[in-house]
Design a protein around this ligand. Structure first.
Ligand SMILES: Nc1ncnc2c1ncn2[C@@H]1O[C@H](COP(=O)(O)OP(=O)(O)OP(=O)(O)O)[C@@H](O)[C@H]1O
Ligand SMILES: Cc1ncc(C[n+]2csc(CCOP(=O)(O)O)c2C)c(N)n1
Ligand SMILES: [Mg+2]
Length: 378
């Protein structure tokens, strides 16, 4: 919640102009201004914060008991932990060229910046409460900021998640959110809780976001009668993921381990296995996919569903005795849930946890799959 050192007062500017002794200061001020966040034709840093972020953050009832004790405007925000609950905290950063293409729709970017963070709360079974937003912008364009903040706050308001602070600076486009949520500590859906015999489930469908990335990069193309709507499906999945908050909360006390699939099923499921010290057997054909993805080649489907990142669906394990309850929850929160495999014990305590893949006939598949890795990325 630091503030960049930009001089704002017009009186200070005038005083500097009329004093030789302050000439150096005035030169420094001019230099500062040149390299500061805003050009003379656009917004100042603080009017930008006030107009596009602080005003909307305060657009809530002052009597709302869920609000922070102290929000935007001080050196720190203050939030009080709730009785019997832990604060779930997570940070995710989006960098232009790494997480999104230059020139992406700013409304979609605002949505995704918060959505990927809320998704981590969903994966813990936590209820969103507040967030901070730190960003670097190359320049302060009003239309861009208006669309970005609309996309951000439309999602924040849907999940009653309050913006309580942040940091604003000039630089290559980079957006970082920290989210805070509430979860009773003994009901949090942790990665280390999978047990022998658990079913492995995923929500929604997997692979559309990776299919959208492949289309945008020209790795494959979409053809046929449904080309326009399939392309729109993939693009929507890539740009506007839906955090599965209601599902995560409903799974408290039923699911054992959970995470959100940001780096691809193969890599992310392995995180559960490593934390829980167990193996998994997965039916690659059972992994749910959209009708649009089913129209791409079998190879592309497998690559997108098993290794594609950016889906933000939940992968969770649960005892077989909870199958009906989990189906009922999926119906209640209107998110399809699909069983794709089973957890088993390691053969020897020192073994590295692994996933064995098979097809719908049970025939083993020899797949070498890797999740998204920033330093070894696909
Ligand atoms: N620079 C860092 N310092 C400390 N902990 C980190 C750092 N980067 C990541 N972590 C921690 O490592 C763990 C895995 O991080 P990761 O970012 O892969 O989370 P994820 O939920 O698997 O993926 P995503 O980033 O897509 O949400 C988390 O507990 C995270 O807090
Ligand atoms: C332009 C562009 N290039 C690549 C991708 C794919 N991608 C980037 S980061 C990531 C995993 C989640 O990130 P993190 O682990 O940092 O949360 C994925 C799947 C994209 N969306 N846009
Ligand atoms: Mg996660």
């Amino acid at each position: 919640m630091a503030k960049a050192g930009i001089e704002r007062s017009p009186q200070t500017i005038a005083a500097a102009r009329h004093s030789r002794s302050t000439l150096c200061f005035f030169n420094a001020f001019c230099e500062n201004l040149r390299s500061s966040l805003v050009s003379q034709t656009s917004l100042s840093e603080f009017s930008l914060i006030e107009r596009f972020f602080e005003r909307r953050a305060l657009n809530r009832s002052p009597n709302d008991v869920d609000r922070a004790v102290l929000g935007i405007g001080d050196d720190c925000a203050l939030i009080a932990p709730r009785a019997g609950q832990s604060l779930a905290i997570s940070t995710d950063m989006l960098v232009e060229g790494r997480h999104f293409f230059p020139g992406v729709d700013p409304h979609a970017l605002g949505h995704k910046t918060l959505a990927v963070n809320l998704s981590d709360l969903a994966a813990m079974g936590a209820k969103p409460r507040a967030f901070t937003l730190a960003f670097a912008l190359p320049d302060a364009r009003e239309a861009w900021l208006a669309a970005f903040s609309d996309g951000l706050f439309e999602l924040a308001e849907r999940f009653d998640c309050e913006l309580i602070g942040g940091d604003t600076t000039r630089g290559p486009l980079n957006l970082c959110v920290t989210v805070f949520g509430d979860v009773p500590p003994d009901l949090a859906l942790r990665r280390d809780a999978a047990r022998d015999g658990d079913d492995i489930w995923v929500s929604g469908t997997l692979g559309d976001a990776r299919a959208g990335l492949g289309v945008a990069r020209g790795e494959w193309s979409v053809t046929g009668d449904d080309a326009a709507s399939d392309t729109a499906t993939f693009r929507r999945a890539l740009e506007r993921p839906e955090p599965r908050i209601a599902l995560g909360i409903a799974l408290r006390g039923l699911a054992r381990a959970a995470l959100d699939i940001s780096d691809g099923l193969a890599g992310d499921l392995l995180h559960i296995l490593e934390r829980s010290r167990v193996n998994a057997s997965v039916d690659a054909d059972a992994v749910p996919r959209s009708a649009a993805l089913s129209r791409l080649s079998a190879d592309v489907q497998r690559r997108c569903t098993l290794t594609g990142g950016d889906d933000y669906e939940l992968c969770f394990t649960a005892p077989a005795a909870t199958r009906e309850a989990i189906e009922a929850i999926g119906a209640e929160v209107k998110v399809p849930v699909t069983r794709i495999g089973t957890i088993s014990t390691l053969k020897a305590a020192a073994d590295r946890p692994a996933i064995t893949w098979h097809d719908s006939t049970g025939a083993p598949l020899s797949l070498t799959l890797q999740g998204f890795d920033h330093f070894n990325a696909d």
